[in-house]
Design a protein around this ligand. Sequence first.
Ligand code: IMP
Length: 428
Amino acid sequence: MLLAIIGSQWGDEGKGKVTDFYAEKSDIVVRFQGGNNAGHTIVVGDKTYKFHLMPSGAVHKKSLVLGNGVVIDPKVLIEEIERLKKDGFNPDISISDRANIIMPYHRILDGIEEKMKGSFAAGTTRKGIGPCYSDKISRFGIRFSDLLDTEVFKEKLNLIVPIKQKLFDAFGEDVKLDIESIYNEYMSYREYLKNYIKDTSVFLNNSYDKGSNILMEGAQGAHLDIDHGIYPFTTSSNTNAGGICTGSGISPNKINGIVGVMKAYTSRVGEGPFPAELNDKEGEYLREKGREFGTTTGRPRRCGWLDLVLVNYACLINNFSALAMTKIDVLTGMKKIKICYAYEYEGKILHHFPSNMKILSKCKPLYKEFDGWEEFDWMKVKDTKSLPKQIYSYVDYIEKQTKTPICMISFGPKRDETLILNDVFRGV
Ligand code: IMP
């Protein structure tokens, strides 16, 4: 059985908690794209874990896989492994020998490229993700299989580092790359990581064929996808379901279910048009109450009402089996709550997310208004029918508009603050 978790908005939907829930029922948890630009928060009892690279199944002592589609900063990975070891976990992790490695020059280039892009800068996390993927595509990348072969690794450094140095010199950057010290630094990572590196496609396919439960953990969200997101304000990987196959070496016909994670409102970190954004007290309320500050960069997230044009587009390209709704508790106490169901652009009604940034920036959100609800005892709620009627109409409207059932409603960061409506792992 293979189940996938995909963010349906701009990332930060609360995928860490949803993944954690399904990870408990899985044997293997896999990341297939992105890198340490992601930030997943998991709360277990009184302890909060924040991961950037490590699949969220780490705290369940599951097999963990970083697939070929992930770009990996080995230093960050080692730090996360060490932190887990200190907490008594001994992560059973496999790193794809085909995964690309983030090098020091990628992080520097990330900053330079952002400066050069002016108003087209995405506001990246500056972790070197984009430059690493660029090198992968232009075939200047260094993969873990190269790290294992010290001669090839050195040969590649001798070729690539002088090219990057020329770029830095041309940009007038005060950076001096030293091949020897990069080599030595990465050899120490090699020593630490070498036993974790393997052909993860073979491992995953064999495990699937033997009946293992595999969970594919998407990072970022549908609208940060390099192809389907709001380009160029995107990340540089395929964050949608298609990325599962290319990023892990698993065939599409092995995917049994895809859960889209949707926050009960919208947030965005970084630049780009955001039609349902609230630049007022309500936006501030959502940010403060929802603790909407980036896990990776600490930046305040921009907040707005739930935008179903955005979510519906994610439903379209992912064909979600179900939606997991998170952070509905953040809306508690608001008098009126709105959902954006369409955009108005120059007198026309748009139901599909436009690809043109100029059009998107001129789109006006059309809202349906809902009555808010006050505090109540969530623990007494067993199904949607026992929800306060205002929440029920909010949930019902979303299910109807997205034509997708809601399988889970999360009303707090803790594991037991979750209403399960449908066990997707058994239901697909
Ligand atoms: P990059 O992935 O660091 O290149 O950043 C590109 C864009 O994606 C920026 O707008 C980031 O803020 C955004 N981004 C990257 N990772 C995440 C994430 O995990 N959550 C939310 N936004 C992200």
